[in-house]
Design a protein around this ligand. Structure first.
Ligand code: SF4
Length: 477
């Protein structure tokens, strides 16, 4: 069995990787500084680069760099970003290279004026759309799919900004939550399926209020803003001196990403109108109903398994114990010192509290099994800490298909559940039993009675057509 292969000295996080976080604020004298704080709250959505663009009503300027928000911005940089309007972005590359030129916001000048744009998502028709534009003379500055939207906007024959934006959006397909900064106003946009979240908040009271947009509401909490409502799928909001104006540019066909609730978003956020913490606890409760275990303690794999473990423990009436401690100061990849220490990579991140687990029958709760290699190491660590039995419970169904909507996923051949039965996965990870939440249980936990969630990584039923090249890329061996 070879569920995933990497250079021997590099250890990679065995999770679907986050995408991007976006933030915008209109009507505040400290717009750049509040955007900086908002990006701090959204850091978990992208750690490769960060950027802010501001407008003082006359012109748009920006600053971006590689690394975390704290690495990119200093007080001097923020002091050099004047204006009452700003947008910001944290990036993990899902399309395009890992390169400063692909960092966002993109700031461009065109015949319609200056515009800055920040994007969370992934366009599924990027390849053909790019070729068509290049054939018509377009010159691209980046390898990011986001630039397509800018080109379509700049080339639109529509003279009004809302019409030109709608025209550009009509030419792209896939996942996009966007914030667009113009000299005097800001647009917030969610694609017709609403794959990625985008929420509107209000900071202060009239007449001294500012309007805020963010991928997750945890960014509002940090700056003291109040959540107003989500931008709906197929909707755009214009923030200007009069406040927000809502326009529909396409009929809504909601297919929101279920993985935002399973893993990506912060538990202290409201996403798609629901508490992420509440959703995860419900996933855990449902999991306990579907896969009970004769056990002494419930142990979460921190951090993302914690909320589901709370739900599992409450539903099953088995005590919750934090038997694994996470080291929060470890990056995504690091160099392994040879083979001297078994499971070094995972041990660097997770250390067992042997006193809690010695002689115990443990229910180990995690949010997903991707390649299986990390789960195998964690089970081994728990057993070596003295656990008598380890019963692994996963708070979502088997992950069998890659994502094309803004999440960096392994290829299908690397997803262990795409090619192995549950029993062979159990055997591979060394668990005494293994239970995945059912698809019905997942939908029930988030109260998806209308089919408004994308479930494609569990079903391979994609809500949009996806270009063959993209599928080939994801399915390559
Ligand atoms: S394929 Fe999976 S990760 Fe991608 S949008 Fe759909 S549910 Fe989310």
């Amino acid at each position: 069995m070879n569920p995933g292969s990497f250079p021997a000295h590099i250890i990679r996080d065995d999770h679907f990787r986050d995408h991007c976080g976006i933030f915008a604020i209109h009507g505040h004298a400290e717009a750049a500084k509040l955007t900086y704080l908002g990006l701090y709250a959204l850091q978990h959505r992208g750690q490769e680069s960060a950027g802010i663009a501001v407008s003082d009503g006359e012109r748009i300027v920006g600053h971006k760099g590689m690394g975390h928000v704290a690495d990119v911005f200093t007080k001097e940089v923020l002091d050099g970003l004047p204006g009452r309007m700003a947008i910001g972005h944290t990036r993990y590359s899902t399309a395009g290279d890992t390169d400063l030129k692909n960092a966002q916001p993109l700031v461009v000048s065109c015949q319609k004026g200056q515009v800055a744009l920040a994007h969370n998502g992934n366009l599924v028709n990027a390849s053909t759309s790019r070729k068509e534009l290049e054939a018509r003379g377009a010159i691209f500055q980046t390898s990011s799919d986001t630039e397509l939207i800018v080109h379509h906007f700049a080339r639109s024959k529509q003279s009004g900004v809302p019409e030109a934006v709608a025209d550009a959006l009509d030419r792209v397909k896939g996942a996009y939550s966007l914030v667009m900064l113009f000299k005097d106003f800001i647009y917030g946009i969610r694609d017709p399926h609403g794959f990625r979240p985008l929420a509107l908040g209000r900071l202060g009271e009239p007449p001294n209020q500012a309007w805020v947009l963010a991928s997750e509401t945890c960014a509002f909490d940090l700056i003291g803003a109040k959540f107003e409502r989500d931008i709906e799928p197929g909707e755009m909001v214009i923030l200007d001196a009069r406040g927000p104006t809502f326009l529909r540019f396409a009929p809504p066909q909601p297919k929101q990403c279920i993985f935002e609730h399973v893993y990506f978003s912060r538990p202290d956020s409201l996403v798609f109108g629901r508490s992420v913490q509440g959703s995860r606890e419900m996933l855990g409760r449902q999991l306990a109903r579907e896969h009970p275990a004769d056990a002494d303690i419930v142990v979460p794999v921190p951090d993302s398994g914690v909320a589901a473990a709370i739900g599992y423990a409450e539903e099953s009436d088995i005590p919750l114990k934090f038997g694994l401690i996470r080291n929060h100061y470890v990056g995504r990849t690091f160099i392994e010192p040879g083979q001297a220490i078994r499971d070094f990579g995972v041990r660097l991140k997770l250390n067992p509290v042997a006193r809690l687990m010695e002689g115990k029958r443990v229910v180990l709760v995690d949010d997903s099994i991707i390649r299986g290699t990390t789960s195998r190491k964690i089970v081994r660590i728990v057993k070596e800490a003295g656990a008598r039995e380890v019963h692994v419970r996963i708070s979502c169904p088997p992950t069998v298909s890659p994502c094309y909507y803004g999440i960096d996923t392994p290829t299908r051949s690397e997803l262990i559940a795409a090619t192995h039965t549950e029993e062979s996965i159990r055997e591979f990870i060394g668990a005494d039993s293994l239970g995945y939440l059912s698809l019905e249980g997942l939908r029930r936990a988030v109260e998806d009675t209308k089919g408004h969630y994308c479930l494609a990584c569990y079903t391979a039923e994609y809500p949009t057509t996806v270009q063959e090249q993209l599928i080939a890329l994801r399915n390559r061996d």
